[in-house]
Design a protein around this ligand. Structure first.
Ligand code: MG
Ligand code: ZN
Length: 230
């Protein structure tokens, strides 16, 4: 975990257990990664707090990207998001984590078994809405995409530095709402630059379509880099 904050209420036993859990997860994530690579599948792990617009962004993105796409939906309960994704005609499997608050590599492995994504496709993994532990659990994805909506505070990156620091791409979402809010985009960008230096930031709105072309372009570029189709 690197030089993180000093544990306050965590004893040595709990810490050791946590390290074991993460070690096991890393091994299973490596298995996912090699399966995905063998099948030229670009897996993107979408993370954010609840309500930042992950599912809505996916609905638009899946229609835009067309046929070779598949989705794993992570939520504690319900299959509501999977139903929304299925309505776009996309193959989707819902993973319910119950009391768990993040997806783990073995859940993704079993999800892949029932999903059976096509070789050369893009697999979107919508993680459980949570800015804490999903950052620690490698799923075998090619990249982590973190959403940050303008309805949240500009200081979110400072409060959850591990999540934002782990991102390969940051999407500032719901930008159409900024005229109605006090959200300071420039300040948010400065805060992001502190905890995630050099990580590209794209401002998007699924309402008016702003920035979506840049997001699709980023996905297509990643797919080309991987030697996938399109
Ligand atoms: Mg969702
Ligand atoms: Zn968790």
């Amino acid at each position: 975990m690197g030089p993180g904050p000093k544990p306050v209420h965590i004893g040595t036993v709990t810490e050791t257990l946590a390290i074991k859990v993460l070690d096991k997860n890393d091994r299973l994530a490596a298995r996912n990664r090699s399966y995905l690579k063998d099948h030229r599948i670009l897996a993107l792990n979408l993370m954010s707090s609840p309500g930042s617009g992950k599912t809505t962004l996916l609905e638009r993105t899946l229609v835009e990207l067309g046929s070779k796409v598949a989705v794993l939906e992570g939520d504690q309960a319900t299959s509501r998001d999977a139903e929304r994704i299925a309505a776009t005609g996309t193959k989707v499997v819902q993973i319910n984590t119950g009391k768990g608050c993040h997806l783990e590599a073995d859940m993704v492995w079993h999800g892949l078994e029932s999903l059976g994504p096509e070789p050369g496709s893009v697999l979107f993994i919508e993680n459980v809405g949570n800015l804490v532990c999903p950052a620690l659990f490698d799923l075998g994805e090619a990249a982590k995409v973190v959403l940050f909506s303008v309805t949240e505070g500009e200081d979110k990156p400072q409060k959850y530095p591990h999540m934002f620091g782990a991102a390969d791409l940051i999407l500032l979402t719901k930008t159409d709402l900024t005229p109605h809010l006090d959200f300071d985009l420039a300040l948010a960008r400065r805060n992001l630059a502190q905890v995630a230096p050099g990580v590209p930031i794209v401002e998007v709105s699924t309402k008016n379509g702003a920035g979506l072309g840049d997001w699709y372009g980023w996905v297509r570029q990643r797919q080309q880099d991987l030697g996938g189709d399109k």
